[in-house]
Design a protein around this ligand. Structure first.
Ligand SMILES: Nc1ncnc2c1ncn2[C@@H]1O[C@H](COP(=O)(O)OP(=O)(O)O)[C@@H](O)[C@H]1O
Ligand SMILES: [Mg+2]
Length: 449
């Protein structure tokens, strides 16, 4: 395998961004190459492998999971012709909780511009209120809303004049052992972990257009063993949730009710249309392991409908309610493998009483032919996550001290008013020096294993 040594573009080093999604059905990899200053990164390849050793988003067999990661990465390496050494990983599993808290800092008796330090302080203040259960860790701290002098809905307070800054943040809390197992699995596959992203956030970033994220939308990623829900409004995630039910439950239902082997149940499941555009008396006849089966299409339909109805009513709706977002003009964006079910958009519209559509990775047009499906939503979203954090380090904050204790806001240089340009360090600068929370997580975990 050759390693590229120079870029065809000038003044930039070729820089690979790699997203690795540890799904319950597949491990998927999306590789992007950083563009010239101001350009979006270009997706140059993908890879995948069946995920073994991962169930309901949790690693249940480390050796098998490591093999799946190696296989998916090698698939991607073959496509891009470059070595992959570092990845940013999305994962699900376990109890993922989203906790809201508020913080306030005073800026003085007369208005003055908000500095980076003020944003750090207000995030610290909001985090001080979060109670993290034993053996759980904050994975992300996500500002949900800023207010200045009581005016809510401030998009970016940096540099704006005020006397008081308020914030509401969302903390994503996951079991520490889950994080350790993910880090362990990926590093045993020979890769450095540059970052971790909770799966529903990755999927949402993969499929949301900026317009949908601003208007208000819920991204529902129905995978094999889990369903991720991300509710966005004003361009920010207002709520993230992960539910332990996915398409594999439909397969199991079909298998147990119709007494079918699972591989046959899986095959039949993919033929079901939720549009109900079939003859209810029609049956599917086949012989499997020398047994004859006659299965009515309406039985198949009923079983799939039942499970999806339960998922929508009992699991997805409460998540949307928890977001406290009253209106979702862009409705539900369905993604993940189960969103390939025919008619699932109309079905969800009926169930949720919201517009619903199937959504592919927004960069799908740049994905290789045949691979631009909704199974790559999360991995594609990781690339967006990396780029968003480089542009705006306060949008998604990682916990530099995972393993217990309180998350810290990144240490950034104070805002220098008004030199015209933003004082944020460029991508290169940020990669090489200064604060890198994920490096600290990585170093910490290296110590652990
Ligand atoms: N054409 C299809 N119709 C219905 N379900 C499908 C179809 N293709 C895949 N699935 C289901 O999608 C699920 C896998 O989704 P995927 O997003 O790949 O999972 P994960 O992200 O958890 O690895 C499985 O339950 C699979 O049966
Ligand atoms: Mg998926």
């Amino acid at each position: 395998m050759f390693k590229k040594t120079s870029s065809y573009r000038q003044n930039i080093e070729p820089d690979l961004l790699v997203g690795l999604d540890l799904g319950t059905s597949k491990v998927t990899v999306v590789v992007a190459e950083r563009g010239a200053e101001g350009d979006e990164a270009q997706i140059i390849g993908v890879g995948q492998a069946p995920s073994n050793g991962i169930r309901k988003g949790l690693i249940v067999n480390l050796d098998q999971a490591v093999k799946s990661v190696r296989q998916a990465v090698s698939d991607a390496q073959n496509m891009v012709g470059q070595d992959i050494n570092e990845v940013t990983v999305s994962f699900g599993g376990g109890d993922v909780t989203s906790v809201r808290s508020k913080g306030m800092v005073s800026l003085g008796r007369t208005p003055r511009p908000v500095m980076r330090l003020d944003i750090e302080r207000v995030i610290d203040a909001a985090q001080a209120d979060v109670v993290v259960p034993a053996n759980q860790s904050i994975l992300h701290t996500i500002p949900v809303e800023y207010s200045l002098d009581g005016n809510v809905g401030i998009d970016d307070p940096l540099g704006m004049n005020a006397m008081r800054l308020d914030i509401e943040v969302q903390s994503i809390i996951v079991p520490t052992a889950t994080i350790q197992n993910v880090m362990n699995c990926v590093s045993r596959a020979g890769l450095d972990v540059n970052g971790l992203v909770i799966k529903p956030l990755a999927s949402a970033l993969g499929v949301l257009t900026p317009e949908d994220a601003l208007a208000g939308a819920a991204v529902v990623d129905i995978g094999g063993g889990t369903t991720g829900v991300a509710v966005f409004a004003d361009g920010r995630p207002k709520h993230l949730g992960l539910l332990p039910v996915g398409g594999d439950h439909i397969t199991n239902d079909l298998g147990s009710v119709l007494r079918l082997p699972l591989n046959k149940a899986e095959e039949l499941k993919r033929t079901v249309s939720l549009r109900r555009d079939f003859d209810p008396d029609e049956t599917i006849s086949f012989t499997h392991s020398s047994r004859d089966f006659d299965i009515s299409k309406s039985d198949l339909y009923e079983i799939v409908r039942c499970r999806l109805e339960e998922l929508a009513n009992d699991l997805i709706k409460p998540q949307i309610k928890a977001s406290r977002v009253a209106l979702l003009p862009s409705g539900i964006l369905l993604t993940g493998g189960v969103s390939k079910t025919e008619g699932i958009d109309e079905f969800m519209l009926d169930m949720m009483d919201l517009p619903a559509r199937v959504a592919m990775p927004v960069d799908a047009n740049r994905m290789p032919p045949g691979r631009n499906t909704q199974e790559y939503s999360s991995a594609a979203g990781i690339i967006k996550y990396i780029l968003t954090r480089e542009r705006d380090p306060f949008r998604y904050l990682d916990n530099p001290a995972i393993g217990g204790g309180k998350a810290e806001a990144p240490k950034m240089p104070a805002y220098a008013p008004p030199s015209g340009e933003s004082s944020a360090p460029g991508p290169k600068e940020r990669r090489e020096g200064g604060f890198n929370p994920l490096k600290s997580i990585g170093d910490m975990f290296k110590d652990l294993f």
